[in-house]
Structure formats: structure tokens, C-alpha cells
Design a protein around this ligand. Structure first.
Ligand code: ADP
Ligand SMILES: O=P(O)(O)O[C@H]1O[C@H](CO)[C@@H](O[C@H]2O[C@H](CO)[C@@H](O)[C@H](O)[C@H]2O)[C@H](O)[C@H]1O
Length: 462
């Protein structure tokens, strides 16, 4: 198999044109497609690499494809998002691969063939792990690894089925390979931060075993990260819902999560630069929050009546800065919620998915932030879980909030509740993000962040 990995050829001309009508129909149906609700007006090829020749029984193309779309309401013109695709090619699709079907090609170099999402198929998935193991370089693709971690042969792959922004393959319950879908040039925090934490010896984050990059016209793209699979793990969201359904308290776990968050923050502050936010820098932070509120109100009309009251949470923070208060900012997780926390069979918590909020530009996601950003994310998540319960259990969220903040203080020495203005601003900003996220991806969930919006807009600080 490694022979096939090493044998590389340029992709056939006309390939994208022949896939175009199929991708127009298939891409918008994918959970990870970021441009939902806007038509695709065309595609352009950023890179194509033949990983297995289409002339064989099974062909495999790695494609980076830009999908052109008109900008969303109020958004500036945009060249279109670039997606990573793994296109399998067969003469006929065996029934077990039916859910992976993209379509039948009528014209061009693949005419008469069936194309499908290759990550569902064992052979292409094995090939990717083998490429990391052997540090293959194929066209512009660079498969790299930590030489100190062993990657065994013969691990059986399976594509995960959860609600994800990307796609992941688990290999024999030993490794998980996350393949990013919407890719951007530059340093990606999903690899950068776990590598930095591994260097610091932080045990709360699985250390990257390998990764996939593309080098294209002087730009480097992170395309995937391989890391040890936390075996027998449950994520915090599942656990919280389970405890809620049983009417049980989650405060011991919330406290452990607070401790784990503080351990990660402490290690990140050691590993990467921190900065002091004075008046000017805080204004930038507040301006960012205000701009996001304005854009969100444009995109989601239900937010508009609350906008002035929500804005006051941001001006209260600016007022503190004007009085001379300063804050320390550092690298943070950036999209922390219960679903990003895994509890191993042994009861240890790990944090995963350091990609940040996928809709933000990479440079913004990599900016130092007050740690309250992540804390606010978790507090919002307790609220989400409590409101998803039947009947809703707001008291449960309050207990978790207190336990989480206490756990955080035990490790870091700082209780987030001692800075209520910053915490409220961060929670408000997060809830606004969530309203937009839900409007785009899960309209049925809109009521959950909207309940918080209403509360923040009508209540004083807790
Ligand atoms: N190291 C790991 N061990 C076990 N499961 C993991 C690990 N990393 C991720 N997962 C599982 O894969 C899911 C998706 O991973 P995540 O990094 O959050 O991807 P995405 O950015 O696509 O949401 C997680 O919710 C979790 O269930
Ligand atoms: O795909 P990611 O995990 O990177 O994150 C995105 O999707 C999340 C939902 O899957 C979304 O999280 C929101 O819903 C969660 C419950 O499903 C809740 O626990 C979180 O608190 C809430 O923010 C996340 O915001 C989004 O970036």
C-alpha cells in the first residue's frame, strides 16, 4: 500500500469540470459546508493530487476546491471558501458505500465512473494513516509525524458519524485523524496549540501524533491532525444530559472541568506570549464584540429588539478600561463547550478541538484573549444543557456555574466571578455567536441561545 501512496501523478485536466454538477448538489448537503443558504455559482481548483490512479479498480483524488458564492447579508465580497475533499472513484459502488455516493459522472476524464466520499471506504482511510506513518510527500501534500510516537500497522479505520464541523476517522480505537474541511492558509491553532501544550507536558490535551499539510504557492495549509484516541470516553455534553435526565447533580464534574480548563490556560500562558490589555487594546476587543452584534442583528432579525441592551454589556467593559483597569490576555481554546471535553474511562478530562470558532479568520482566532472567553463558553454550555432538559433545569446550570468557577480558581488562583463585567460581556458575545450559529446550522435550536439573550438583555449581572 505504501507503494501506492508514493506513486503520485498530477490530476487529469477537466476533472473539476466533470465533477462540477455533482458537487453543486452534494456539497451544500454536508454538515461541514459553511456556506449554507447561499447558492454556489461555480468552483475553482486550488490543488488536485491523485493518491490512487483512477484507472485502477479504486481511484482516489485529494482536492482543494474553492466554492464561489455571493456574500451573506451585510458581508463584504469574498473569494469563496476552500474545502478539502477526498473523492473516491469506482466503476460501481458496492452497497456498503451507498451512503457515500456523490454521483455518476457523465463526461470528462471520469465519464462512466461513480464518485463518492472516500473517507467512508477502508482502503483510502488506511492509505492516509500509512502516509502519515511513512511521512509521505505527494504533490503539495506533506504527511508529517512526531517520531517519538509509534503508529502500528493494521489499525482498522471507521469514519465517525457525529455532528461535526470537520470529518474524523478513528483507527482501531488507537488514533483519531481529524480532516479539516474548510481550510485556510496560515498557522492553524488546531495543531499549533496541542503541539505547544504537548511541549509543556500538559496532560489535559492529547498530543498530536502526526499531521497533514499542503504547501501551495508559498502558503502552508493545515489539513489534518492525528492524535491518540481517548478510549471509552464520553463527552461532557452526553454526560451532562445523562445526569440531567436522571435529575442528578453534575457539580463534581463541573468542578473537575474548571480545574482542567485552568490547567490548560496555565500551560498556554507559559508556552505562548501573553499581553496586557489596556485602554486601547480593550477598545479593539469591545469594537469586535460590537461589530459581531451588529452583523448578527443584520443576519438574524430576532436579535434586533435586544441589540441596544446587549450592547450595554460591552460598553460597561469599555467604561472599566476608561477608569484604568487592565486585563491579561493569552492564547485560549476559543470555542470551549461541553462537547469539547472528553472524560476517559478512568475519569480524567481532556480538552479537544482547538480550532476556535470556525467562522472567524485564523489571525483573529490566534489573538491573545482574556481567559474569560473560554470560561464564558463553558458557562453557556451548562445553560444549553439545562435548557435542553425536559423539564428545563435552570438551577442545575447555576450549580454547575458555581462549581466550575470554584474548580478554575483552585488551580489558577483566580475566580472568574470576581470580574463580572468581563464575564457578562464574554457570555453575551458567545450567546450572540450561538444565535447566528444555530440560525445557520440548526434552526430548531435557536430558542436555546435566544433565551439567554432575553435574560442578558433584561437582567442585571448575576
Ligand atoms: N482524542 C480523541 N479521543 C476520542 N474522541 C475524540 C478525540 N478527538 C475528537 N474526538 C471525538 O470526535 C468528535 C469531533 O472532534 P472535534 O475535534 O470536536 O471535531 P470538529 O471540529 O469537527 O467538531 C468529538 O466530539 C469527539 O467525540
Ligand atoms: O463544531 P464545533 O464543536 O467546533 O462547535 C460548533 O458546534 C457546536 C454544536 O455542535 C456549537 O455548540 C453549541 O451547542 C452545544 C450543544 O450542542 C452547546 O454545548 C454549546 O455550548 C453551544 O455553543 C458551537 O457553538 C459551534 O462553534
Amino acid at each position: 500500500m505504501s507503494e501506492a501512496v508514493i506513486r503520485t501523478a498530477t490530476a487529469s485536466p477537466g476533472l473539476l469540470a466533470s465533477l462540477d454538477p455533482l458537487l453543486r448538489e452534494w456539497l451544500p448537503r454536508q454538515r461541514w459546508f459553511a456556506g449554507k443558504g447561499r447558492p454556489i455559482t461555480g468552483f475553482s481548483l486550488v490543488a488536485a493530487t491523485e493518491l490512487l490512479p483512477a484507472t485502477a479498480k479504486l481511484g482516489l483524488y485529494h482536492l482543494l476546491v474553492r466554492a464561489h458564492q455571493p456574500p451573506g447579508p451585510g458581508a463584504p465580497p469574498h473569494p469563496g471558501d476552500c474545502y478539502q475533499l477526498f473523492i473516491g472513484v469506482r466503476e460501481a459502488l458496492p452497497p456498503r458505500l451507498a451512503p457515500a455516493l456523490i454521483g455518476h459522472v457523465d463526461e470528462g476524464p471520469l465519464a462512466g465512473h461513480t464518485v463518492y466520499e472516500a473517507l467512508h471506504d477502508a482502503r483510502p482511510a488506511e492509505l492516509l494513516l500509512e502516509a502519515v506513518r511513512t511521512q509521505a510527500r505527494i504533490g503539495g501534500l506533506r504527511f508529517e509525524r512526531d517520531p517519538h510516537q509509534e503508529i502500528r500497522d493494521g489499525l482498522v479505520p471507521r469514519l465517525t458519524t457525529g455532528e461535526q464541523s470537520n470529518s474524523s476517522i478513528v483507527y482501531g480505537d488507537t488514533f483519531i485523524l481529524k480532516l479539516l474541511r474548510r481550510v485556510l492558509p496560515g498557522v492553524n491553532p488546531d495543531l499549533e496549540l496541542p503541539l505547544a501544550l504537548a511541549r509543556e507536558g500538559c496532560p489535559r490535551v492529547p498530543a498530536p501524533t502526526g499531521w497533514l499539510r499542503a504547501e501551495l504557492s508559498g502558503d502552508s495549509y493545515v489539513l489534518g491532525v492525528l492524535q491518540p484516541f481517548v478510549q471509552g470516553a464520553s463527552d461532557g455534553w452526553e454526560l451532562a444530559l445523562r445526569e440531567l435526565a436522571k435529575g442528578e447533580d453534575f457539580s463534581a464534574e463541573a468542578r473537575a472541568l474548571g480545574r482542567a480548563t485552568a490547567e490548560v490556560h496555565t500551560a498556554l500562558a507559559r508556552a505562548l506570549p501573553t499581553v496586557t490589555l489596556g485602554h486601547a487594546q480593550l477598545h479593539l476587543l469591545v469594537d469586535g464584540m460590537t461589530e459581531r452584534l451588529e452583523a448578527a442583528a443584520q443576519a438574524v432579525p430576532a436579535l434586533r429588539p435586544y441589540a441596544p441592551a446587549l450592547h450595554s454589556a460591552f460598553t460597561a467593559l469599555a467604561d472599566l478600561a476608561a477608569e484604568g483597569r487592565t486585563w491579561t490576555a493569552q492564547r485560549v481554546h476559543g470555542d470551549l463547550h461541553l462537547g469539547q471535553c472528553l472524560r476517559s474511562a478512568a475519569g480524567q478530562w481532556s480538552l479537544i478541538d482547538f480550532e476556535g470558532e470556525p467562522s472567524k479568520p485564523l489571525a483573529e482566532r490566534r489573538m491573545p484573549q482574556p481567559p474569560a472567553r473560554d470560561i464564558a463558553g463553558m458557562l453557556r454550555s451548562f445553560d444549553y444543557a439545562a435548557l435542553s432538559a425536559d423539564p428545563p433545569a435552570p438551577g442545575w446550570a447555576e450549580t454547575c456555574r458555581a462549581a466550575y468557577c470554584s474548580g478554575y480558581a483552585e488551580v489558577s488562583g483566580v475566580d472568574p466571578r470576581t470580574d463580572p463585567v468581563l464575564l457578562r460581556a464574554c457570555e453575551t458575545d458567545k450567546a450572540i455567536y450561538e444565535v447566528v450559529y444555530e440560525a445557520r446550522h440548526r434552526p430548531d435550536w435557536m430558542a436555546v441561545p435566544m433565551a439567554a439573550i432575553e435574560r442578558y438583555a433584561t437582567s442585571d449581572l448575576i
